[in-house]
Structure formats: C-alpha cells, structure tokens
Design a protein around this ligand. Structure first.
Ligand SMILES: Cc1ncc(COP(=O)(O)O)c(C=O)c1O
Length: 421
C-alpha cells in the first residue's frame, strides 16, 4: 500500500486491527504491507501491534523478562526449520553469520567481527567471567542490584580464584552519585567493573560511558550486562568504549527464546580466553597438534547450533531496525513516562525508578505502602496485567516494562488497577 492509500485507509478506519484480521491460533499469518505513516502517528503502533500473535486477553508488561516475538520472527524460525528438516542439514553458513551479525553490529555500534552468538546474556557473562586472566586477590566491582545472571556468575569464580567482589548501591539520584559511589570502591587491586547498562530492578540507566572512561584511565576492564538495553534504546558500543557487553535476543530485540549476543572489543579478544571451544572456534590440525583461534569473536562459538534460531534473531533485529531504534526508544519511553506520572499520582504508591527522565528507561518499578508487592501482583493479575516481581537488591517491588506492543490504554489499565488496590 502506498502512503496515500494507507492514509485513505486510515481515514476510513481501516488501519491496525481493521486491516489485519485477528488470527485464530494456528492459522497461518499473512504478512501485511508495512505502513508508511510516521511513527509519531498512533495508527503506526496499532499496525505494529497486529504484527504480534500476543494475546489481547492479557496486557503483557514483562519484556524485561522475556520479549514477545512478532510473526516476522516466528515465521522466519518456522520456515527455516521446515526447510532444514526436509533435508536434515544443519544449515550453517557464513553468509547468515555475516548478515545477522552485520545487522546486530549496525544496531549496537560495533564491528560484526566483535560479536559472537550466545544462548542468552548469562552465557555471554560466563564467557567473559571465566575467560579473563584473574589472579588471586583481584577485585571486581558490581552493583548490589544485579540480576542472578550477573551475580551468581561471579560468585563461584571468586571463591575458586580468591577474588573479592565489591558492591555499590546504584543511586537513582544522579549519574554523578553513581560515579562517586563506584570511585570509592576502586583500589590498586581492582581488575574489573562488571555492571548493568540498565539496572534490572529500577530501570536506572547507568552512566556507562563515563564509567568506562574512568575504568580505562585506571587500567581496569569494564564489562556491561546489556540484557536490558539492546533493542530498547539507541547507543554505540564503540562510543561507550566498554571491553565487553552481553545481551539477550529474547527480550527487547523480540528474537526467539535462547538467543543472545556477546560483544568483545577487538583488542580484548586475546585477553578473554574461550572457555568452551569446538567446531567454528579455531583453525586446527589435530594430527599436527596445531590450532589458532578465529580472529573474530566467533572463537567463543562452538559446535552445532540451531540455525532457525539464528534466522529468527536476525528477523527480530531487522524488525527493530525497520521501525528505527530511535522511534522504539521514543515510544517505549512515552509509555513509561505516562505510567510514571500516573503511578506517582496514586496515594500510597512510591515509584522507585529515577525521578530524573535522563536516568529512566522503559522499566518502571513501584511499591505500595499498604499492599505487599506479591499481593499487588495478584491484584493486577485479576485485571489481566502481567507484571514482574523485583526482589534483587533486597527490594520487594513490581516492575512494568513498556515496549512497542503496549499501548496507552493498557498503561491506563495498570494505573486503574493500582489505584483500585
Ligand atoms: C540485567 C540482567 N542481566 C541478565 C539477565 C539474564 O538474561 P538471560 O536469561 O537472557 O541470560 C537479565 C534477565 O532479566 C537481566 O535483567
């Protein structure tokens, strides 16, 4: 449909749910032409919502836990699986690697050769943690609000190698306060700062560029847990200048479950030794006792993998890119800001997410002074609202993630639900 035709259809009330018939479960999906109205237009988002099989019986606010996939992703996975199962081949091919990593590199602001496919963020963190050359007595700085993926990963390693984990409480007050808190933990023994880009508990965006610069100036490595940032907000890894960054494909990137990416700055490739190796990690000749790791981050990949999932991840990234990451961020934040204001107006509610818009993301976390968070969650369940309980860092709160398939009407339902509690 041309822009003009689309606008005419809009005027006739034919956009979004009217243009795209709702499908019964299992019914094949027919991809609709992409609308050419601007992303400032609500009708654009109504159209996008129709690209997801996600039920409308329940409003889904847990993208920080798991993102919903659009038909474009589901269809890519199914089609590739059907194709490969007809011939029983793995489907591994270099062109696919190049194209998916190329799209991811454009989105994340790095080189495709600095990216490795992972199963999730946690796997990427494990590669970094177990691959860095720590010595007994080395110290690692983290926050007190780590998700298990960036908490447990370091604990047995610290015990095994005699490392010390030092933690600072992330402040929602200001970027400067976080830098100050982190600075007080730096000692001669600090080897690594391993912190989230966006804190899982409150959605706080940490000043990662300044933190990486501080680390670099002191000869300290900087690793970012990016589970919550890729696909939610625009950033450029080369500009951030971290040493490594891990993320999930199955959250804000809308990819299939069990997909992820690990970025390792090219100069760090030889410092992070691959923990698991096998086919695709290296050139080798077993009989001559020779091996040489891949020059790229592919050295962290090994063995047979699911090609349909890789295709699906590529489709998820392309879907985000087609909307434009700036437009995604604007939409996600508009929903989150609307929610923030709505929650703040309810007596008894305290919003734990930062009050400064510059520090906020698309995850909004709150508590109620009379209703414990799990009871609040149950109460919101009765309104068919899927939220996420937050217990990291000793909190007992509820988190609401707002992504492109959410609407202002759904956010109104959260506000009304909390108000009625
Ligand atoms: C900050 C953070 N790190 C890591 C993870 C773990 O992600 P995955 O399950 O994809 O490994 C999450 C998941 O919610 C998270 O929020």
């Amino acid at each position: 449909m041309k822009r003009k035709e689309f606008l005419t259809a809009c005027a006739a009330g034919l956009v979004g749910s009217a243009v795209v018939p709702r499908l019964a479960q299992g019914e094949p999906h027919v991809t609709q032409p992409w609308p050419s109205v601007s992303s400032d237009d609500d009708r654009f988002w109504a159209f996008l919502r129709d690209q997801f099989p996600l039920t409308r019986d329940r409003a889904y606010f847990n993208t920080g836990g798991l993102g919903a996939s659009p038909y474009a992703v589901i269809d890519a996975v199914k089609a590739k699986m059907d194709e490969l199962e007809r011939v029983s081949e793995t489907g591994h091919n270099e062109e696919l690697w190049k194209s998916v990593k190329g799209s991811a590199a454009t989105l994340l602001g790095c080189d495709a050769t600095e990216l490795a496919f992972m199963r999730n963020t946690t796997e990427g963190i494990n590669v970094v943690a177990n691959g860095l050359p720590f010595k007994e007595g080395d110290e690692i700085i983290l926050t007190t609000h780590e998700h298990v993926g960036n908490a447990l990963t370091w604990m047995p390693l610290a015990r095994r190698k005699g490392l010390t984990l030092r933690r600072f409480e992330p402040s929602t007050a200001s970027a400067g306060e976080n830098l100050a808190r982190l600075r007080t933990l730096i000692s001669r023994r600090t080897r690594l700062i391993a912190i989230p880009h966006i804190v899982t508990t409150t959605g706080l965006v940490l000043p990662v560029k300044e933190i990486c610069a501080l680390a670099r100036a002191r000869g300290i490595w900087c690793f970012l847990d990016g589970a919550q940032s890729a696909g939610m907000m625009p950033f450029d890894l080369h500009d951030v200048a971290c040493d490594a960054y891990a993320t999930s494909g199955h959250k804000w990137l809308l990819g299939p479950k069990e997909t992820g990416l690990l970025y390792v700055r090219k100069e760090m490739l030889d410092s992070i030794t691959p923990l698991f190796v096998g086919a695709y990690s290296a050139d080798f000749d077993f009989l001559k006792d020779f091996y040489s790791y891949e020059k790229s981050a592919q050295r962290y990949e090994y063995g047979t993998v699911s090609i349909p999932l890789r295709y699906g991840l590529g489709a998820g990234i392309n879907f985000i890119q087609r909307i434009g990451i700036e437009a995604v961020w604007k939409r996600d934040r508009a929903l989150a800001d609307y929610l923030y204001d709505g929650l703040r107006s309810i007596p008894g509610v305290t919003v734990l997410s930062p009050s400064s818009p510059d520090l906020r993301s698309a995850m909004t976390t709150f508590v109620h002074d009379r209703l414990p968070h799990l009871e609040m969650q149950k109460h919101l369940d009765t309104f068919n609202l899927r939220t996420r309980s937050v217990t990291e860092g000793g909190l007992a709160a509820l988190r609401i993630s707002t992504h492109i398939y959410n609407s202002f009407e759904e956010v109104d339902r959260v506000i009304a639900g909390v108000r009625s509690a």
